[in-house]
Design a protein around this ligand. Structure first.
Ligand code: SF4
Length: 299
């Protein structure tokens, strides 16, 4: 049983120290189709609860050992907001963490609860999952315990968003043939326009999950990203499965950029050598520009 894991390096969060609030076994109110943990009965409360003092002691020891930590990431072998002492824990972490930032990764299921909002508001970054915007899809992908209602989650997210002034992120994990349909994405888009998260990560399955489901490639996620409104800050988080680099003509590059401005990393993932040359040529002719890290049409 290990409460602390990592540190893990990531582009977005730098050097992150992981804290697992359910280190002995999975305790979750979802049974997602894509879960990498062994399938288990859903639960709405932790049966095995690690004491706050024990978690704090382990974090402090880890911070002594590992220097230059950027983030303390609260997560769980399951759902961290089911941990009954979350508010007490984050308040204690905040009292000694200094410049280190705190992040929580949650499935979003409990965000409508007052006590959960009170705990989450103490974090520097809150990242919640939202895989579907319709009940039917939610039932198929996230397979939540009966007490959980998607409309409560959506309402809770909107309510929390109004109060929370720090970085608020949403992650959507796509499962092939289920929540990647155009109609579902339209509904997600509508809701996200209202929610206004700072960042929306599009992701898919990395490792084989407990159930036989298929993930989406980078290229497929890219196609999905073009279906979201331009004002949403969409990030393709899964760079692992890149099918093939595309060969784009100048016209195709312009058309793609018109649909969605591209980041340097999108170019690296999608463009073959010739496409990169065409992109350079377009930059020279000033049809496009690189502004705030995005290749976009010149205004
Ligand atoms: S919310 Fe996370 S831990 Fe729970 S079933 Fe889904 S993927 Fe697994």
């Amino acid at each position: 049983m290990s409460i602390i894991f990592g540190p893990i390096n990531s582009r977005r969060f730098g050097k992150s120290l992981g804290v697992d609030l359910s280190p002995s076994f999975k305790q979750c109110n979802f049974d997602c189709l894509y879960c990498e943990l062994k399938s288990s009965k859903v639960t709405n409360s932790y049966k095995d609860i690690v004491g706050v003092d024990e978690v704090i002691k382990e974090i402090k020891e880890a911070l002594e050992k590992y220097k230059d930590i950027d983030f303390i990431t609260i997560t769980a072998n399951g759902e961290p907001t089911l941990y009954p002492n979350l508010k007490e824990l984050i308040k204690k972490i905040n009292s000694f963490k200094g410049n280190i930032k705190s992040l929580i990764l949650s499935n979003g299921s409990t965000i409508y609860k007052k006590e959960v909002q009170e705990a989450l508001i103490e974090f520097d970054v809150v990242k919640l999952s939202l895989d579907c915007a319709t009940k039917r899809c939610f039932k198929r992908v996230d397979r939540a315990s009966k007490e959980i209602d998607l409309e409560d989650i959506k309402r809770g997210m909107l309510e929390f968003r109004k109060k929370f002034k720090n970085r608020f992120q949403i992650e959507i994990l796509f499962v092939k043939g289920i929540n990647d349909k155009k109609e579902e994405i339209e509904k997600l888009n509508q809701f996200l326009l209202e929610l206004k998260p700072n960042i929306i990560d599009l992701n898919s399955i990395d490792r084989p999950p407990a159930y036989r489901v298929e993930g989406l490639s980078y290229n497929e996620l890219f196609e999905i990203s073009t279906l979201f409104s331009k004002e949403l800050n969409i990030n393709i988080a899964n760079k692992k499965r890149i099918d093939a680099k595309f060969s784009y003509s100048k016209e195709e590059i312009l058309e793609t950029i018109k649909r969605r401005p591209l980041k340097r990393e999108d170019i690296e993932a999608l463009f073959d050598i010739n496409s990169k040359k065409e992109l350079e040529a377009l930059l020279k002719t000033q049809k496009i520009e690189l502004k705030n890290g995005f290749y976009q049409l010149k205004e």
